[in-house]
Design a protein. Structure first.
Length: 216
């Protein structure tokens, strides 16, 4: 009997680094292999954050004031930019409770794939619990940064090529593997979720012929 696992490539934009003081304002997720096939696809929400303790640098990196203008309506808690067709039309308002409930369903028993997914899991766990849900995803998180470094180093060693030197950047390693990050999409939740999944797919299906040319 063949079993399948749900994969959710996920990324968040937040108002800072501390889940006890800062808030999620953007969620991007690509769901694959869910037990309910209608959940497969891309989910993208904006949430209204509390900016009282926001870190200015965090808002600048995520381009909050450039990209979150939709959240200026004080009557909206959340806003769906992208949904699978069976789950409604995009550009609709969602309550925080509804987003949390849907996320809990999407992530139940799922394998989380991301760029530093421990960061996202910390924020998500707090967000879900504060809205009457709880994390039930697989506790083995798939960090594509570590995966990419390990794959590149092992492959280069096997082919007698110089391994990546420290400090490394995931964008550089990804480009060498033929997975360009795309500067417009980096540090956006949907863009980074897609980037993480592309890297995961590249590595998990790669052949020796895909070995990168890495400079010493």
């Amino acid at each position: 009997m063949t079993s399948t696992s749900t994969i959710v490539a996920l990324d968040l934009e937040t108002t800072g680094l501390d889940p006890d003081r800062h808030h999620i304002w953007e969620i991007g997720a690509v769901v694959r292999g869910h037990r309910d096939p209608s959940f497969d696809g891309e989910w993208h929400w904006l949430l209204r954050p509390n900016l009282a303790q926001a870190e200015p640098r965090a808002l600048q990196i995520g381009r909050y004031y450039e990209r979150a203008w939709l959240m200026q309506d004080p009557d909206w808690q959340g806003y769906a930019l992208r949904l699978p067709a069976e789950h409604g039309k995009p550009r609709t308002d969602w309550s925080r409770m509804a987003v949390a409930r849907r996320l809990a369903e999407l992530l139940d028993s799922a394998n989380l794939v991301g760029i530093n997914p421990a960061f996202d899991a910390g924020f998500l766990g707090r967000f879900l619990r504060s809205h009457w849900q709880t994390p039930t995803w697989n506790y083995h998180l798939v960090d594509v940064g570590a995966l990419t470094l390990g794959y590149t180093a092992a492959l280069c060693r096997a082919l007698d090529r110089p391994a990546p030197a420290l400090p490394w950047r995931i964008d550089d390693l990804a480009a060498q593997l033929g997975v360009p990050a795309g500067p417009a999409g980096r540090h956006t939740a949907m863009g980074d979720a897609r980037f993480a999944l592309a890297l995961y797919d590249k590595i998990m299906t790669a052949a020796v012929a895909d070995a990168p040319e890495v400079s010493a």
